[in-house]
Design a protein around this ligand. Structure first.
Ligand code: SF4
Length: 399
């Protein structure tokens, strides 16, 4: 089985199709969000700072000058800014501020011994080494009290709550890796540096929590391995996805966005959607009108019944039409899902008359087959009666 990383599994959970593009089809894209670009430059600055620390403390000015140099050298045309009104310098200056704040807070960087920087680790999750995991620890430290510390830099603009940090899977898995690779690491602390807020957050995991996490991750890996249909899953993260040209959810939007304004309306897809939207609007209007008429009709109907009862008539005369009102007693069974309904069903089975009144519920049957409720001979025999067909849903959405 291949090795997995947390970002790989996270991608699968967020959008299976994007996962397929990246990890199965290995389609390379060079587009990069500026947030990721900034994150990389910050990580490089930290790596340099701590690498040099064995010899000296890098002066802040030197660290910033190197950051600027890396920013300029590594900048490329595929760095994208998604936030409207923002320019590259906004982010470059933000990165400078992150470095300055971090530097001032941690100077002279004597929080322990550096065991590894951007340390690549790979380790099994189970004894048989069937499930293998890999990751890169930003900074692995040996604290003065002998504990191992896994440090991670976060340059994003969202500060999680402590409960989210306590549920974070990435560093917890790195803890599993650290304790597998270095069994002497009895105590491991997980440390996040939220540099946009100049804030440090910490978390610790119990052996039980790590075992549960391993089981969860192995289950997730099984799901990935068993997946054959990689569906697109649209979310806010699509804005940072570089595969719009291949994604069935986005590729038409991308195509029409690139058209000159005067060609928009004549594009075949655009014409279909506009026609659909127009019919949909009319349908909604008619439905609204029908609802009003139905309500009025119900009131008149109630008035007719009351009139017929009061006057003792079955036919009421109008100007051009007559209204026949007939009342008939009818047997009403208890509502679906109610206790009475359940009791009645039991009673019908006990009386041996269930087959006379029960009917196949096609919806429940189709759902059970689709979700793999049965297997083996049961499924095989049912399958001879049902068939698979593609059903489409067409939904109109606002941009
Ligand atoms: S654009 Fe969105 S839905 Fe399409 S592959 Fe990318 S993340 Fe998935």
């Amino acid at each position: 089985m291949p090795e997995y990383s947390i970002s790989q599994l996270g991608t699968f959970e967020t959008c299976p199709l994007q996962y397929k593009f990246i990890y199965r089809d290995r389609i390379k894209r060079y587009e990069e969000g500026i947030e990721a670009f900034l994150g990389q430059r910050f990580h490089e600055a930290m790596e340099r700072l701590y690498m040099e620390r064995a010899f000296r403390v890098v002066p802040l000015e030197e660290l910033l000058a190197d950051y600027e140099k890396q920013w300029a050298e590594k900048w490329h045309g595929e760095v994208k800014i998604k936030k409207e009104g923002r320019i590259p310098d906004d982010y470059r200056l933000m990165g400078r501020r992150f470095i300055e704040d971090y530097y001032k807070r941690h100077h002279p960087f004597e929080e322990g011994k550096v065991l590894g920087l951007e340390r690549y680790i790979r380790f099994p999750l189970d004894e048989a080494a069937r499930y293998n995991f890999k990751g890169i620890i930003d900074r692995l430290m040996l604290a003065p009290d002998g504990a191992f510390e896994v440090h991670d830099y976060k340059t994003g603009s969202t500060l999680p709550g402590q409960s989210e940090v306590d549920a974070d899977r990435q560093l917890a898995l790195y803890q599993v890796g650290v304790q597998t690779l270095w069994p002497e690491a009895k105590e491991v602390r997980l440390v996040w540096h939220y540099v946009a807020f100049d804030l440090e957050m910490r978390s610790a995991r119990t052996p039980g929590a790590l075992e549960a996490l391993k089981i969860e991750i192995m289950g997730l890996i099984d799901r990935v391995e068993a997946t054959t249909e990689f569906e697109p899953c649209e979310s806010a993260l699509c804005d940072w996805c570089p595969y719009w040209d291949l994604c069935p959810v986005k590729k038409h939007l991308l195509k029409v966005e690139g058209l000159p304004a005067d060609e928009w309306k004549d594009e075949p897809g655009v014409k279909i959607v506009d026609a659909y939207a127009e019919r949909w609007r009319r349908k909604r209007e008619l439905e609204e009108e029908q609802r009003t008429v139905d309500e009025e009709l119900e009131k008149v109907r109630a008035a007719a019944i009351a009139f017929a009862e009061r006057e003792g008539v079955q036919v009421i005369a109008g100007t051009g039409r007559r209204l026949r009102v007939t009342g008939r007693e009818r047997v009403v069974s208890p509502a679906k899902g109610s206790e009475e309904r359940e009791a009645l069903e039991k009673e019908l089975r006990a009386l041996g008359v269930w087959d006379e009144v029960a009917m196949l519920d096609p919806f429940t049957l189709e759902k059970a087959v689709a979700e793999g409720k049965w297997e083996g001979e049961v499924l095989e025999r049912i399958r001879t009666y049902v068939r698979t067909e593609k059903r489409y849903t067409v939904t109109l959405k606002e941009y």
